[in-house]
Design a protein around this ligand. Structure first.
Ligand code: DLL
Length: 435
C-alpha cells in the first residue's frame, strides 16, 4: 500500500478525521463562496451546525447546473493567484464544467491515483502507457501525475494513433495500460489485425474507466490483452480520476474517504439511503482547497459498503457503476442501462463487444421500443446462415430472460459500429442515424 496508515485506518479514526476536514471545508465555503453562503443562509444553516457526519444531510446539494450558473470561477474559494491548473469537461449543452486546483489539490489528486495504481500491484519498476486523452479532459493528466508520483516510467501517448501506440507498447515494454475500456478494445482489435499477440507481450495490468463497463467486458479485455484489468472512477467536478479505485480483491472501488465524503441517495426524493441500497452517488470534497464541492449530485447509480475489504483497506467501496440516471432508459416500464445489455450480449458466443442501442424516444428517457445492434465476429459472419439465426435466437432468449421485455436485435457485419477512442456513446436516437 502506498499509505498504509491512512488506507487501513480504523473506521472510528477515519470518521473523526472526516468530520474535522468537513467542518473546516464548510466554514471556508461559507465564508468564501457566495453561492454556498446564500444557500446555507436560505436554509438557516451555519457552519457550526455541522456537529457530526450525519449533519452532511442538512447541507445543500450542488448540481451540474450550479457549475454552469456560476461559470467560470463562482465556485472557486481561493484567490486566482493560488490556482495552478484548470481542467474541464464539456457538457452536451451550454458552458463547460470548470475545475480549479491549487498545488496541494494536484498533489492530493496524484496521490489518489497513485494509491490506486499501487493497490493493483504497480510499482516504480512498471512502465505505464497513458492512452487517456490529454488536455482539458482529466483522464490523461490525472493518470499521468498519479503514475509519475509512484515513480513509474510514464509514456504519455494520449488516445488515438493506435498503430503507433502498439509499436511503442511493444518496443518500450509497457506493463500497464490505462485508457477507456472502449479504447482498450480498439487496441486489442488493431493488434489482432497487425498479427501482434498481446497476451505474449510485457503487459500485466490495465486500469480502465471514464465510462461504464460490465464484468463480462472485463473478462473479454483481460483475455484479449493478457492482463488483469481494474476499474477507476472519477469526475471532473470532484477532481477527475481516482475518486474511487478497485484493488486486487475486485470487490468494488475504494473511495478515498480522507478526501471525499460519499452518500447514496434516492434520486427522486433526495433522501439518504442506508448502506447497501442502490441509488445515486453524492460526493463532498473534504480535502480540496481551490474548489471544494458540497454534496455533488453525480447521477451515477451504485451502492456502498463500509465492510473492511479482503485487501485490508478500511475505506468504503462503491459497486461498479452500471450507468448514470440520465443514461437510463425505460422500455415498456422496465429500467434498462446500456451496461446491463452489454453484459448479456457478451454471454453469447460469436458476438463482439461492439454494440449500439437505437431508441425511439417518446418522452425523455421513456422509449416505446429499443433495437440492439451488435456486431458478430468474423468467423460467425462468414459461417453458415444457420449460425447467424442461432446467435440471434440465443440473444433474444438471453435478453428477454434478463430484462423481462422483448427487444429487437439486429446483427451487423464486423467493423460497422462506430469505435470510440475516448468515452463511448452506446445509446443513439434513431433520428440521429437519419432513419
Ligand atoms: O471521466 C474522469 C475519469 C477519467 C475517470 C479517467 C476515470 C478514468 P468526466 O469526463 O467528468 O470525468 O466524467 C465523469 O464519467 O460521472 C461517470 O458517469 C462516468 N465514469 C467515470 N468513471 C467511470 C467508471 C472522467 N469507472 C463521469 N465506471 C462520471 C462508470 C464512469 N462510469
Amino acid at each position: 500500500m502506498l499509505d498504509n496508515k491512512i488506507e487501513t485506518m480504523d473506521r472510528k479514526d477515519l470518521e473523526e478525521l472526516q468530520l474535522k476536514k468537513l467542518q473546516a471545508t464548510v466554514t471556508r465555503l461559507y465564508n468564501g463562496v457566495t453561492f454556498y453562503k446564500n444557500h446555507m443562509d436560505a436554509m438557516g444553516l451555519k457552519p457550526e451546525h455541522i456537529k457530526s457526519l450525519k449533519d452532511v444531510a442538512n447541507l445543500p446539494f450542488t448540481t451540474k447546473e450550479d457549475f454552469r450558473d456560476t461559470y467560470p470561477y463562482g465556485l472557486c474559494s481561493v484567490p486566482k493567484s493560488e490556482v495552478v491548473r484548470i481542467q474541464s469537461s464539456s457538457g452536451t449543452t451550454g458552458k463547460p464544467i470548470v475545475s480549479c486546483y491549487t498545488k496541494n489539490d494536484l498533489d492530493l489528486w496524484a496521490n489518489s491515483v497513485a494509491r490506486g495504481l499501487s493497490g493493483i500491484g504497480v510499482t516504480n519498476d512498471d512502465t505505464v502507457q497513458v492512452a487517456f486523452g490529454y488536455g482539458l479532459f482529466t483522464g490523461g493528466l490525472g493518470l499521468h501525475d498519479g503514475a509519475q508520483k509512484l515513480g513509474c516510467t510514464v509514456i504519455p501517448t494520449s488516445s488515438g494513433n493506435t498503430r503507433k501506440q502498439l509499436m511503442l507498447m511493444m518496443d518500450l515494454k509497457t506493463t500497464t495500460l490505462v485508457c477507456t475500456p472502449s479504447y482498450a478494445l480498439i487496441i486489442a482489435e488493431t493488434a489482432k489485425e497487425l498479427g501482434i499477440d498481446l497476451t505474449q507481450s510485457s503487459l500485466k495490468y490495465g486500469m480502465f474507466g471514464a465510462e461504464p463497463w460490465s464484468t463480462n467486458m472485463r473478462t473479454d479485455i483481460e483475455n484479449k490483452l493478457g492482463i488483469k484489468a481494474y476499474n477507476i472512477y472519477g469526475l471532473t467536478e470532484m477532481q477527475g480520476p481516482g475518486v474511487a479505485v478497485e484493488c486486487t480483491a475486485k470487490a468494488g472501488m475504494h473511495i478515498w474517504e480522507d478526501y471525499f465524503y460519499p452518500e447514496i441517495i434516492n434520486p427522486e426524493t433526495g433522501e439518504v439511503l442506508p448502506e447497501g441500497s442502490v441509488g445515486e452517488l453524492v460526493l463532498t470534497n473534504i480535502a480540496r482547497e481551490a474548489q471544494p464541492v458540497l454534496r455533488y449530485r453525480t447521477h451515477d447509480i451504485t451502492s456502498i459498503t463500509y465492510e473492511k475489504c479482503a485487501c485490508g483497506r478500511t475505506h468504503a467501496r462503491i459497486a461498479q457503476i452500471n450507468g448514470r440516471s440520465d443514461d437510463m432508459i425505460k422500455v415498456k416500464g422496465v429500467k434498462v442501462f446500456p451496461s446491463q445489455i452489454e453484459s448479456i450480449l457478451l454471454t453469447v458466443p460469436g458476438v463482439e463487444p461492439q454494440y449500439q442501442i437505437v431508441v425511439d424516444r417518446r418522452d425523455g428517457f421513456v422509449c416505446d421500443n429499443i433495437e440492439v445492434r451488435v456486431e458478430v465476429g468474423e468467423a460467425a459472419f462468414t459461417d453458415r446462415m444457420a449460425g447467424l439465426v442461432e446467435i440471434k435466437n440465443k440473444l433474444n432468449a438471453a435478453l428477454q430472460s434478463a430484462l423481462g421485455i422483448k427487444v429487437d436485435i439486429k446483427l451487423v457485419e464486423p467493423h460497422t459500429i462506430s469505435r470510440f477512442e475516448g468515452k463511448s456513446k452506446r445509446i443513439v436516437n434513431r433520428s440521429e442515424l437519419g432513419e
